[in-house]
Design a protein around this ligand. Structure first.
Ligand code: GLA
Length: 356
């Protein structure tokens, strides 16, 4: 077999609004950002003893892994991602070949910018591409939705975080100057123009890092499932306000957050279509208060970052992603000076293969 190469990039994401709604069949409005993860892959030289193995070099961590192509064993930390992607692609019937992989990234880990999904998506694109080049007669095509679902299985079953599809869909479907209105009940994805004009969306790092597999994330998901059982509904998308009011604490506040956050996504889409960024600022603040007081996923470091953004004149600020640390998003009107450490983010292109 001749030496084959492939290379893919997958971006991180910022969720404008609609947090902790994805696994409740709700609504969200994320966009892909410029920074992301790049994975380069090459097959082994012909006749090399490693041909049925996968070796991985995580350049930013300067750490390595190596495992058999068939039936890779689970492993903790970053090693779960390549092993899980190989395992899930094989299970889904994609032809794979032994490969040498190198991972480089621009996203801080556990910072709420979806470094995990970017890594899974880039690995999935690169490994499936390499496999179809090496075995064209067995090549399979996958839709972006198939890729997102496969990556979510890596996250759920190999990494141990019961996350939804938000991050993978944002990374795969992102486009410049566009936010994505995602309906997680139907999986309809509608592009919504994100025209900022002289306004700026910025990130400020709280400095605190999270790991969803061990933060309160899985517990929140379980609380939502408990609320559904008590309400007799399949998902919180179906829950009615009057029924939510009768739930015991803390389930009432968890379900109330999801209910109101879905409404905020609908309002945010209308505001974007009307170029009404003042309203977006107000919605960001309302979302943050609910994530802090009802969903209880904020921390003192996150509150401090949000206060610094608002203190500098942001029209709105909120924690993004799963919470328990990470970055805070701020929206600044024209001419307002950004606080120290804040940097601008813009909606960018979704995941793609690169020239190899
Ligand atoms: C993390 C998860 C997503 C989503 C968000 C919260 O980013 O990976 O699936 O649940 O938290 O909105």
């Amino acid at each position: 077999m001749p030496l084959e190469r492939s290379r893919a990039f997958a971006p991180g994401r910022v969720n404008l609004i609609g947090e902790h709604t994805d696994y409740n069949q709700g609504l969200a409005l994320p966009f892909a950002i410029g920074p992301g993860v790049t994975v380069c892959a090459a097959t082994w030289p012909p006749g090399s003893p490693g041909e049925q193995r996968v070796s991985v070099y995580a350049r930013d961590l300067d750490e390595r892994d190596e495992f058999p192509l068939t039936e890779p064993a689970p492993a903790p930390g970053w090693r779960a991602f390549a092993r899980g992607t190989v395992g899930e692609l094989t299970r889904a019937g994609f032809p794979l070949v032994g490969a040498r992989l190198q991972i480089t990234g621009e996203l801080a880990l556990g910072a709420g910018l979806s470094s995990s999904a970017a890594l899974e998506v880039a690995l999935c694109l690169v490994l499936s591409e390499l496999g179809s080049r090496a075995c064209p007669d067995r090549a399979r095509t996958a839709t972006r939705l198939d890729v997102a679902r496969l990556c979510a299985r890596v996250e759920n079953e190999w990494v141990g975080a019961q996350t939804g599809l938000l991050d993978q869909l944002a990374s795969l479907y992102g486009a410049p100057d566009t936010a994505l209105r995602i309906d997680f009940r139907t999986l309809d994805i509608e592009p919504v123009p994100l025209r900022l004009g002289d306004w700026r969306l910025v990130l400020l790092d709280s400095g605190e890092r999270h790991v969803h597999a061990s933060s309160g994330y899985n517990e929140r998901r379980d609380e939502c499932a408990q609320a559904c059982r008590r309400l007799g509904v399949e998902s919180l998308r179906e829950a009615r306000a009057e029924a939510i009011a009768g739930l015991p604490e803390p389930l009432r506040r968890r379900a109330l957050h999801v209910f109101e956050e879905n409404q905020r996504v609908i309002e945010a889409v209308c505001a974007l279509r009307a170029d009404d960024l003042e309203t977006i600022g107000r919605l960001l603040n309302a979302s943050h208060r609910s994530l802090r007081d009802n969903y209880e996923v904020s921390t003192p470091a996150v509150e401090d970052a949000a206060d610094r953004l608002l203190g500098a004149g942001a029209s709105g600020a909120r924690l993004i992603g799963g919470g328990f640390g990470g970055n805070v998003l701020g929206l600044f009107g024209p001419g307002v000076q950004l606080p120290a450490g804040a940097y601008e983010v813009r909606p960018g292109a979704g995941a793609h293969l690169l020239e190899s």
